[in-house]
Write a new protein. Structure first.
Length: 287
């Protein structure tokens, strides 16, 4: 164990020594190179001072000298560009004037001098768009625009006679909710008495109902009245406003009274039906 630790320590020390030696050699070579360059510069300066020759400029000084020689040429090029710009501006102005005259729009000079008069056509309204330079970009007539299509109002849906295909045309009603509406209608006895009854279906809240409320209605002649006094118990149990527990209570109560005493208010007073359900069932009473 101790021998392995000694070997690892000796290896690490040797590695550090090699790195130090390598860096030392690099530093020595760098110092020697710097000394050699300075010695060469001193000999060159001494030789030029004896011969009287000009000291060559550095690369940066030479570049500045060349740029100074090119400045006159660049100045001439800039002047040429300025002259070309003036010519192009004059040509552009001439083209603008010709375009305005061809489109029936007087030029600036004509507007100032009053030599041309603009003619207005009352039968066609022409609209012109100009960019920032004043050039006419596009001219078109509103008479060429296609007329807007007239949307026909969608037909209304009668809830007591509509099938699932027609119900799916309502906003927010797909195949799932269309089947639930038809099934709820069957459990009611075959008819709706009011469009608001759709909100009694689980999943159709007021937000969804508002989306198609203006397209649904109920034909009152198709409402099927409910006769709870003679209605089978299983049919009352499936009814969404009665249920199994109330159906058994209604069956026991109607056995104790005659048909003239059997009313929805009596079922409410005896605690068989709730007030909200009684109000809905009254819509199916014979009138």
């Amino acid at each position: 164990m101790w021998e392995k630790e000694k070997i690892s320590k000796s290896l690490s020390v040797g590695l550090v020594a090699l790195v130090f030696i390598f860096l030392s050699l690099q530093f020595v070579f760098f110092v020697a190179k710097v000394i050699e360059i300075r010695k060469y510069n001193r000999e060159l300066v001494a030789e030029q001072s004896v011969t009287g020759a000009d000291i060559p400029a550095s690369g940066f000084d030479q570049k500045c000298a060349r740029d100074g020689q090119r400045q006159p040429a660049a100045s001439e090029f800039g002047q040429k560009q300025a002259r070309d710009g003036q010519k192009s501006a004059a040509a552009s102005e001439n083209r603008q004037n010709r375009a305005r005259e061809s489109d029936g729009v007087p030029s600036d000079g004509a507007l100032l001098g009053g030599q041309h008069e603009s003619s207005l056509q009352t039968d066609t309204l022409a609209v012109q768009r100009r960019d920032l330079s004043g050039v006419v970009a596009r001219t078109f007539s509103l008479e060429k625009l296609p007329p807007r299509p007239v949307r026909k109002p969608k037909p209304k849906v009668e809830l007591n006679s509509a099938d699932t295909t027609i119900l799916m045309t309502l906003y927010g009603i797909g195949g799932y909710y269309a089947r639930k509406i038809v099934d709820f209608r069957k459990r009611l006895g075959g008819s709706f008495a009011s469009p608001e009854q759709l909100m009694d279906i689980y999943g159709i809240d007021s937000a969804r109902f508002v989306g198609f409320a203006d397209r649904v209605y109920v034909d009152t002649s198709l409402i099927i009245p409910l006769d709870l006094y003679h209605m089978p118990v299983d049919s009352m149990a499936r009814h969404p406003y009665i249920g199994k527990y109330a159906a058994r209570g209604i069956d026991r109560y109607r056995r104790t009274v005659d048909s003239s005493s059997f009313t929805l208010d009596a079922l409410l007073e005896n605690g068989i039906l709730k007030s909200a359900y009684v109000q809905r069932l009254k819509m199916y009473q014979k009138k």
